[in-house]
Write a protein that binds this ligand. Structure first.
Ligand SMILES: Cc1cc2nc3c(=O)[nH]c(=O)nc-3n(C[C@H](O)[C@H](O)[C@H](O)COP(=O)(O)OP(=O)(O)OC[C@H]3O[C@@H](n4cnc5c(N)ncnc54)[C@H](O)[C@@H]3O)c2cc1C
Length: 280
């Protein structure tokens, strides 16, 4: 839709001083989807020229904030790591239109902070960290699971830019399991649960998104029993943290999250391949 309070679109490469009413423009799929009466200027990131995906010397993967869902999906198709299938599963959890698939960015998805943000699910589950840059150039890192602090809320200062997300090499070697549920076919995620089993030390992480207002990443040094997982997850998420909107009632989301978490636990612990098998 037209944003008729926006008077100027600036190129992010030549961006001047940040002003009240400015917003970073990623793919624009959220920004142009509803009125933004508080905005006066958009600062366009699409021509920053950042390499979408970079494998760093230590084996970690750096994903630029401007990387689109389409670029991530294409990359993952030939990415030779055990966690690669999770990328496509999360891209598909978007159930996006052609426009969203090709325009929406990783950064826009994280900074929108929706509970059903599938790039939040992917990067929180793979222990990702955000690189943030303030207007004065200062940089800091924060874990994705801590970056999202509530529904639509994130740890981002005024004018602060999400530059990239880095997924550590160790997380990419994990065996993963994925479950997602919506109230209706091709609907927005009501609960999304990802398990990652570390082949080196046998630890298990269970990450719940969509059902909750923010990501919950639970780490267990050894795989828990069904009862321990149920108790830990149910104890970690307080009542108001089960998300409530038109895409699902909190009680249903809680029920599904607990059920999917158990399915993920069972899938990853029934057959635990050796480290060598897992990285092959
Ligand atoms: C029909 C439809 C269905 C949708 N379904 C979903 C869904 O299932 N799940 C979901 O999560 N979203 C959904 N969305 C919302 C939106 O499309 C996605 O969240 C998308 O990932 C936003 O990415 P973008 O690059 O287009 O962000 P933009 O629209 O460009 O930006 C989103 C927000 O992030 C800020 N921002 C963007 N990039 C940065 C950056 N690098 N640093 C700091 N701030 C930044 C912007 O200022 C803005 O506030 C849907 C939208 C529509 C129209």
């Amino acid at each position: 839709m037209d944003l008729n309070t926006v008077l100027e679109v600036r190129d992010g490469r030549q961006h001047a001083l940040w002003r009240t009413g400015d917003a970073w423009l990623g793919g624009g799929t959220y920004l142009f989807s509803e009125p933004q009466p508080h905005l006066r200027r958009l600062v366009d990131l699409s021509r920053m020229g950042w390499e979408p995906l970079t494998r760093l010397p230590d084996g970690s993967l750096e994903i630029a904030a401007t990387c689109t869902i389409a670029q991530l999906s294409r990359f993952a198709a030939t990415f030779p790591v055990p966690a690669a299938p999770l990328f496509e599963q999360c891209c598909r959890a978007f159930l996006a239109s052609f426009k969203i698939w090709n325009m929406a960015t990783l950064g826009g998805n994280l900074c929108n902070g929706l509970p059903a943000g599938p790039m939040i699910s992917l990067t929180a589950a793979l222990d990702g960290s955000c690189l943030l840059q303030a207007q004065d150039g200062r940089r800091r890192r924060v874990q994705v699971a801590d970056f999202i602090t509530g529904a639509g809320r994130k740890d981002l200062g005024e004018g602060e830019l999400l530059r990239s997300v880095t997924l550590p090499a160790r997380a990419l070697t994990c065996r993963t399991a994925f479950r997602q549920v919506s109230l209706y076919g091709l609907g927005r995620s009501g609960a999304l649960v990802i398990g990652t089993l570390d082949p080196l030390d046998g630890s298990l992480a269970i990450t719940v998104t969509a059902a909750t207002v923010r990501p919950f990443r639970l780490w267990f040094p050894t795989p828990p029993t069904a009862a321990v997982l149920h108790g830990t997850l149910d104890g970690a998420v307080t009542e108001p943290e089960w998300f409530d909107d038109i895409h699902g009632l909190p009680a249903w989301r809680r029920h599904m999250a607990l059920r999917l978490a158990e399915e993920v636990r069972a899938e990853l612990t029934t057959h635990s391949p050796s480290a060598r098998e897992a990285v092959r």
